[in-house]
Ligand binder design. Structure first.
Ligand code: CA
Length: 338
């Protein structure tokens, strides 16, 4: 069974250096242990920059046929608009060259200059039409603005027109929110930092982002828009019944229930979280047609991602095939097996 995974990261030192030119001057000193942890969440050495032997060896050892690559942290929102456009084009050009070398093993999501939404929409189209990219990955917000705001609509309009998905990825959260919710005198700033980021906080942040998009009415405007949510849906699926009970179509001015939009427009991945209970729950909620596989390489490397899927005894073979590769082939327009 072919296996395609869609949240697999890549970067180059050149793009890291370009970002750092603009972000270093604004970064605040922090707990050195925490700084080290954040760094480990962004850059994990050669595993991230390699797009050849090391990555292919991992994929072969885990029976992964294809990775859809994306930049770990797309261009920082501290980069001025004109520079962001230039750096994103360069980043996408590099990634296009990399995937071409092993075009049967790699595909890619574009990174977009969110400082200039019109240019971002054009860059998405360039990457899809010229390089055959599968969509785009967006991380966090832009300077505190979530992407439900009208100014970002051109990006989603273009994605819907091109029929490619947008993948939502976590990023460091607003420091005010971090301090209010996650910091306590009773535990260390290191634990607060983990709690606020990959340990919990930035997943809640993405979940809120997903709901904001639904409540903005974007799916009534763009019925063909498809979004990918990692980490089993970033905490939203368990709350859908409650949300529907409180936020009705009438109160929100929407055509349908929040859960209807979620189940139709979102595609859920595990992002390497091998939780059998979450897996079964998400398949029951969303249907096997809305689950796509993802490992979160190279941040997650321990686990037998193929065997975990094959071992799911609540799925038919046809459902496993959808999740392993057919959904990705259909949604991301990846050529199927011969
Ligand atoms: Ca990731």
């Amino acid at each position: 069974m072919r296996l395609i995974t869609v949240e697999e990261h890549f970067t180059t030192q050149e793009i890291i250096d370009e970002n750092n030119k603009f972000s270093e001057q604004n970064s605040k000193p922090q707990d050195p242990k925490l700084a080290e942890f954040y760094k480990s969440m962004v850059f994990v050495g050669k595993a991230l920059t390699d797009c050849d032997e090391m990555r292919l060896a991992f994929m072969n050892s885990r029976k992964i046929d294809m990775q859809v690559l994306s930049y770990t942290s797309p261009v920082s929102d501290k980069v001025p608009a004109n520079e962001a456009v230039r750096i994103c084009k360069r980043a996408n050009d590099i990634l296009a060259q990399k995937i071409q070398v092993h075009h049967d093993r790699f595909a890619a999501f574009a990174t977009l200059p969110m400082a200039d939404p019109q240019a971002a929409a054009d860059e998405l189209e360039r990457c899809v039409c010229e390089y055959n990219f599968c969509g785009a990955l967006l991380a966090g917000q832009f300077q505190g603005h979530f992407y439900d705001e009208k100014i970002f609509l051109p990006i989603f309009e273009r994605a819907a027109k091109l029929d490619v998905p947008i993948s939502f990825h976590p990023a460091p959260i607003n420091p005010v929110i971090q301090n209010y919710y996650y910091t306590s005198p009773e535990y260390s700033s290191f634990i607060a930092g983990q709690f606020a980021s990959a340990g919990f906080g930035w997943h809640i942040d993405v979940g809120i982002h997903e709901l904001r998009l639904i409540l903005s009415g974007i799916f009534d405007k763009l019925p063909n828009l498809k979004l990918i949510a990692g980490h089993w849906g970033e905490d939203i699926p368990a709350y859908l019944d409650r949300i529907d009970y409180i936020i009705t179509p009438e109160s929100a001015g929407l055509k349908r229930k929040v859960s209807d939009y979620y189940k139709e427009h979102f595609y859920i991945t595990p992002s390497g979280i091998l939780s059998p209970m979450q897996f079964e729950y998400i398949v029951k909620l969303m249907g096997a047609e809305h689950v796509i596989w993802a490992v979160d390489y190279p941040y997650i490397r321990n686990g037998n991602f193929y065997d975990f899927l094959v071992a799911a005894d609540f799925l038919t073979f046809e459902q496993k095939e959808l999740i392993a590769h057919k959904n990705a082939e259909r949604i991301l327009h990846i050529k199927g097996e011969n």
